[in-house]
Design a protein around this ligand. Structure first.
Ligand code: ASP
Ligand code: MG
Length: 426
């Protein structure tokens, strides 16, 4: 084994949702002989299942016990299908993890939502990586399982940990020692805090983990293995005509992620861009195909119209109660309140006496933010809207998607057109 080129792979929940998926992951990994860091998400819909367990636990609804049992069965069934002789060991490892989860639930005294979220929901990635790493080792694909909390450190800003790159750099260099082993496997989505607790990096954060590790280890490239052939110009579940994008610049990818494209977690690009590390999005069903390459480019790359739909949007309009001008008196106050409640603003519109924002519908922060805003402003809001962004728009594409729709707010720049409108059945 030697130091040298490092590639980072990320496999999402869909790719490891079944025993067949895990076998396929092994086939993909087997095609490569370079040093590898493999980042794996929780299996299938495990993260959602853990969110339900968390909600029941905090609600004192003891039926979470059944949910845990169902989650355990789901994982044990996969273990059953994957392993023969050494199944005992994998079962024992899973048992230990589930016992750890149950112990946390029984003994925890800190009921802060974000703290509990990270301690409980992070288990999904521990279940999956334990199984996948064990499986690869049994079939002769020797690898070291790494607890991501020992190499990626963040602050205790639970559910959105801020990564401490300096500390993580030193730790990672020691842990990922490619003179000892060629393949390392770790959890996405998770970091360790200075208080020895777990922090998560935001939903779908495993892409971000892959990018952080690529940055820390100066990887040659990152590949996100998905069930689609690459980055498409629109979500095929929502739009009829789609095409694959072959090359996308980092700048474009950030814009797309910001306006809600599900291609990659929005934070993923920065650690890669800083070191000009290209990112491939490829199909784990067709690993030979070229997929999409996201890369540094000094010139804009030519793209067809790209459509991004963000659903579950809320349009909030604020008017000062005393009829004073919004712009002069209140903007900083409004932003301070939104920041305090972690409300993410997707689009803004101001007029003399009103200020409108389009935000994601969110159960925990948004109601509190609205309540706070109501102390100072008359607040009106519309729910169940969608935000359609069309990058590189043409008049025809706008007409095709907007005509006949009720549009509440719209904006156009040279490259981007955005529309907040009633949600429709798709
Ligand atoms: N398992 C986490 C989630 O579903 C992280 C990820 O999939 O990237 O959000
Ligand atoms: Mg996931």
């Amino acid at each position: 084994m030697s130091a040298g080129i490092v590639k980072v792979f990320k496999f999402g929940g869909a790719s490891v949702r079944s025993a067949e998926g895990v076998r396929n992951l092994a086939n993909v990994v087997n095609r490569y002989s370079e040093n590898l860091v493999i980042v794996v998400s929780a299996m299938g819909k495990t993260t959602n299942a853990l969110e339900i367990i968390l909600a029941k636990y905090l609600d004192n609804d003891l039926s979470y016990v059944d949910n845990i049992a169902a989650l355990k069965k789901y994982h044990l069934d996969i273990v059953d299908e994957l392993f023969n002789r050494i199944k005992d060991l994998e079962e024992r490892n899973l048992d230990l993890l589930f016992t750890e989860l149950e112990t946390f639930i029984k003994t925890n005294k800190n009921f802060d939502y974000n703290f509990c979220y990270d301690q409980i929901v992070s288990f999904g990635e521990f279940f999956s990586t334990t199984i996948v790493s064990g499986y690869l080792n049994t079939i002769g694909l020797s690898n070291i399982w790494v607890d991501a909390r020992t190499c990626i450190k963040s602050d205790a800003n639970y559910r959105e940990g801020n990564v401490d790159y300096k500390t993580s750099f030193t730790l990672s260099k020691n842990i990922f020692d490619f003179t000892q082993e060629r393949v390392f496997l770790t959890q996405g989505f998770i970091a360790g805090t200075p208080f020895n607790t777990t922090a998560t990096l935001g939903r779908e954060g495993s892409d971000y983990t892959a990018a952080i590790l690529a940055n820390l280890l100066d990887a040659e490239d990152v590949t996100i293995w998905k069930d689609v052939e690459g980055v498409l110009n629109a979500d095929p579940k929502l739009f009829k005509k789609t095409c694959k994008l072959d090359f996308v610049s980092f700048q474009e990818a950030i814009e797309l992620a910001y306006c809600g494209a599900q291609i990659i977690h929005p934070k993923t690009i920065k650690p890669l861009q800083n070191k000009k590390i290209p990112l491939y999005v490829k199909s784990f069903l067709n690993p030979e195909a070229i997929g999409t390459k996201i890369l540094h480019s000094d010139v804009p790359l030519k793209l067809p119209p790209v459509l991004v739909l963000k659903s579950k949007q809320v349009l909030i309009s604020l008017t000062p109660r005393d009829f004073s001008f919004v712009i002069e008196d209140s903007l900083s106050q409004i932003f301070a309140l939104l920041y305090k409640h972690r409300v993410k603003v997707n689009m803004i519109h101001t007029s003399a006496i009103s200020f409108s924002i389009c935000v994601d519908e969110e159960k925990h922060y948004l109601p509190a933010a609205i309540e706070d805003l109501q102390k100072f402003f008359a607040v009106k809001y519309n729910q169940d809207l969608e935000l359609l962004t069309i990058r590189h728009y043409t008049k025809e594409v706008i007409d095709e998607h907007i005509s006949g729709k009720q549009v509440y707010m719209q904006q156009r720049t040279r490259s981007t057109a955005r529309f907040v409108m009633d949600a429709i059945e798709r």
